[in-house]
Design a protein around this ligand. Structure first.
Ligand code: PXL
Length: 282
């Protein structure tokens, strides 16, 4: 069984980060180690929240893992608590990432044209250094614009998306994936560009509703899929189909869930969709 480690926060309530990565990646048949970067009472979209920064644990835990000869098939980062922590994560990559494993970065820092409340204007620059070290990055359009210094647009054409992808590659990552891409009102999807010039896109129906934490569900599913041996296109399409299933499952419930998508009840569907893709490769 493949083993990954994910570096992101524990938001005790409000499905995101580690409380999404652990169940999703485990259900996909991959061992999911964690290196919690902070503990928050909830994610930062709640009006009030506590945050205990765990930066001082990153170094000693890494030292101990090295001493114990622990290695990972994948390293996956999400929400990081500060720009100093971004620098620590870059050092973590230097120790635990190599040509035999895969580094995935979800630069969870912004959405809908805005940085998350806990971050200052200088945070994207620090996150760009993390992205530079990654094999694959999965920003949304807001994050991509902040990482590259390009304008954030809600109406755009293929040229804008291509330029964002090219500028993301210039940061130094191996493959740039953009989420939340849409060229027609009824469809939403992803596009990627790699260093060999390979382009790919995949679209699903656009759901009316949107929920917090879907970026984390997306990235966790991509990591699980890649670790199970799917190629990037299949991992991205699986993750997109799963997010749609999560949104639909959330939308049918009476109360809905304003703080996160209901990913739990559709985990069996995720496993079935993963198996279908694995079977269709043979
Ligand atoms: O889903 C991204 C995320 C993760 N962790 C925390 C957050 C957010 C988004 O707001 O606040 C703590």
């Amino acid at each position: 069984m493949k083993r990954i480690v994910t570096l992101q926060d524990i938001s005790c309530v409000g499905c995101c980060s580690i409380t999404v990565a652990l169940p999703v990646i485990s259900a996909m048949g991959v061992e999911c180690g964690i290196l919690p970067t902070a503990v928050l009472s909830t994610h930062t979209m709640f009006k009030n929240f506590t945050c205990k920064d765990l930066s001082d644990q990153i170094e000693p835990i890494s030292d101990m893992w090295e001493k114990e000869h622990i290695t990972f098939d994948g390293v996956y980062t999400g929400y990081l608590a500060s720009k100093e922590q971004c620098a620590q994560v870059v050092r973590f990559f230097d120790r635990f990432s190599n040509e035999n494993n895969l580094t995935l970065v979800e630069p969870a820092m912004a959405d809908n044209g805005k940085l998350y409340p806990a971050f200052g204007e200088d945070f994207p620059k620090a996150m760009a250094e993390v992205c530079a070290k990654a094999d694959v990055i999965v920003p949304n359009i807001t994050e991509a614009a902040l990482l590259t210094g390009m304008p954030y647009k809600t109406e755009y054409d293929h040229g804008y998306i291509r330029e964002l992808l090219e500028r993301l590659l210039e940061l130094g990552c191996g493959t740039a994936v953009l989420t939340g891409v849409s060229y027609e009102p009824e469809k939403l999807g992803v596009a990627y560009l790699d260093r060999n010039g390979k382009e790919f896109s995949y679209f699903t129906e656009r759901c009316e509703q949107s929920y917090h934490g879907t970026g984390d569900i997306y990235a966790s599913t991509v990591m699980g899929g890649l670790m199970r041996g799917l190629d990037l296109g299949d991992a991205l399409s699986l993750a997109a189909d799963y997010v749609v299933a999560c949104i639909k499952a959330t939308a049918v419930s009476e109360e809905g869930r304003w703080y996160g998508a209901r990913f739990e009840s559709v985990i069996p569907k995720l496993c079935a969709m993963l198996q279908e893709r694995l079977d269709s490769r043979e």
